[in-house]
Design a protein around this ligand. Structure first.
Ligand code: LMR
Length: 397
C-alpha cells in the first residue's frame, strides 16, 4: 500500500535539532534552531509567564472549544502589540485577527485564504528566506519565486535590485517580507528603505505578507514593528503573521496570530469569516492554554511591564554575545572582518561559512549551525562563546 511513499529527506532546521539531541558529546553547542537560551544554556521560563501561569493554575476552569478565530482577549492584545496602542486601523475595527497555532499556522491559514481569493497570483519570498516559507505557500498550491535580498559581498541588502524586482511584479502578486530580524540573514531594511518599498507595494497594488516572529529581539517592541505601522499608516491592505514562541519563550504552546488589514470594518468581518472557514478546514479551532498565558501577561499592566523588562534583558544579552563573538574571532584571526556579527539584528547571523565548514564545525567541534551557514546567536552564552570562537577560527583558518 505505501511502497510509493518516499523517505522524508528531513527539515533543514527541525531535523538538525533532532540530530543535535541525539549527539552524545557533552560539550555540544546548538546554534541551529532559532531558540533563545540563557547564559546558563537553559531555555528560560520568563518570570512574567510563570506568574501568569500560577494565577491560571489556581483558576483554570473548564476548557470548552475556543471559537474558530481564537480567544477574544488574546486577539485584542495581539492587535495592540503588533499595530500599536494608537492605531487607527485597530480603533476603527478594520483588522481581521485570528489566534493561530504559532507563526507557521498563521502563514498556512493566510496562504490557504490567499489561494482561494488570489489563486492566480504568485508568491515572492526573499533570497534567501526561512525554508518553511516556500514549503508553506507551495503546500497551499502557489508557485513560489524569490526576489533579490542578501548581498554576500557586502553583508547588506541588494536593495536596488530588490526594489526593481518587486516594482516589476504584476498587480496582486504576494510579497513575503520579514518585518524585523530577517531569518536567516539578520539583515534588515532601514526605515528609509522601508518607506521606498511601501510606496512601490502601494503603487503596484501588491499584497504584502509580513512575517514577524521576533518582535522585541531587534531594537525593541515598537521599533521592530516599524514596517507594519508604516504600511498601516500608508493605507495598504496587507497580512501579518506574528509569533510568541521566541519573545515569550513559549515554543511548544504554539501561540501565534494572523492579522489582515482591510479597507473598513465590514470588509474585515467578511475576511475574518473566510479565515474562520480556512481554520475549520485545517484544525477547527486553536488551543486554549498558551493563549490564556500570553493574554494574561499582555493585558495585566504589572505582568506586561515585567515581561518587557525580561525581553529587554534577552535582547541585551544577544547584543553582548554578538560583540563577544566578533571580538573573539578578530583576536583569533587578526586582519579579518567580522563586523557582520554586530551589524546584523535579532537571533540570526549569516556567517558566510560554506556547507563543508558547517559540517566540520559539527563533526570536529560539536557546534551545530544550519547548512546555509545560519547561526542562531541567541544560543551563544558565556559558557560556550570561547569554544565556539575557537571552533569557528579553526574552520576559517
Ligand atoms: C527557526 O527558523 O529556527 C525557527 O523559526 C524555528 C523553526 O520552526 O524553523
Amino acid at each position: 500500500m505505501f511502497q510509493h511513499v518516499p523517505a522524508f529527506p528531513g527539515d533543514p532546521i527541525l531535523s538538525l535539532n533532532e540530530d543535535f539531541q541525539q549527539d552524545p558529546r557533552a560539550g555540544k553547542v546548538n546554534l541551529g534552531i532559532g531558540i533563545y537560551f540563557d547564559d546558563a544554556g537553559r531555555l528560560p521560563v520568563m518570570a512574567a509567564v510563570r506568574e501568569a501561569e500560577e494565577g491560571l493554575a489556581r483558576d483554570i476552569g473548564p476548557r470548552p472549544y475556543l471559537p474558530m478565530e481564537g480567544a477574544a482577549a488574546y486577539r485584542a492584545a495581539v492587535q495592540q502589540l503588533v499595530f500599536g496602542s494608537r492605531s487607527e486601523a485597530v480603533r476603527t475595527g478594520r483588522i481581521a485577527t485570528l489566534q493561530t497555532p504559532g507563526g507557521s499556522g498563521a502563514l498556512r491559514v493566510g496562504s490557504d485564504f490567499l489561494k482561494t481569493y488570489f489563486g492566480t497570483s504568485q508568491v515572492w519570498i526573499s533570497d534567501p528566506s526561512w525554508d518553511n516559507h516556500r514549503a508553506i505557500f507551495e503546500g497551499s498550491g502557489f508557485k513560489v519565486k524569490a526576489y533579490p535580498y542578501y548581498d554576500a559581498a557586502t553583508g547588506g541588502v541588494r536593495f536596488d535590485e530588490m526594489l526593481g524586482a518587486i516594482g516589476a511584479l504584476p498587480a496582486r502578486s504576494i510579497v513575503l517580507l520579514h518585518a524585523c530580524c530577517h531569518n536567516p540573514t539578520g539583515v534588515d531594511l532601514t526605515r528609509a528603505q522601508w518607506a521606498e518599498l511601501v510606496a512601490v507595494l502601494q503603487e503596484r497594488q501588491l499584497v504584502p505578507f509580513l512575517d514577524m516572529a521576533y518582535q522585541g529581539f531587534g531594537d525593541g517592541l515598537e521599533e521592530d514593528a516599524f514596517a507594519i505601522r508604516a504600511m498601516a499608516a500608508a493605507g495598504l491592505r496587507f497580512f501579518v503573521a506574528n509569533s510568541f514562541s521566541k519573545n515569550f519563550s513559549l515554543y511548544g504552546e504554539r501561540c501565534g496570530a494572523l492579522s489582515v488589514v482591510c479597507a473598513d470594518e465590514a470588509e474585515a468581518q467578511r475576511v475574518l469569516g473566510q479565515l474562520k472557514s480556512a481554520v475549520r478546514r485545517n484544525y477547527s479551532n486553536p488551543p486554549t492554554y498558551g493563549a490564556r498565558v500570553v493574554a494574561a501577561v499582555l493585558n495585566t499592566p504589572a505582568l506586561r511591564e515585567r515581561w518587557q523588562e525580561e525581553l529587554q534583558a534577552m535582547r541585551a544579552r544577544i547584543h553582548a554575545m554578538r560583540g563577544q563573538l566578533r571580538a573573539g574571532l578578530e583576536s583569533r584571526l587578526p586582519g579579518r572582518d567580522f563586523s557582520c556579527f554586530t551589524r546584523q539584528r535579532g537571533m540570526f547571523s549569516y556567517t558566510g561559512l560554506a556547507p563543508q565548514q558547517v559540517q566540520r564545525l559539527r563533526e570536529s567541534h560539536g557546534v551545530y549551525l544550519v547548512g546555509s551557514g545560519r547561526m542562531c546567536v541567541a544560543g551563544l552564552s558565556v559558557r560556550n562563546i570561547e569554544v565556539v570562537a575557537d571552533a569557528m577560527a579553526d574552520v576559517l583558518a
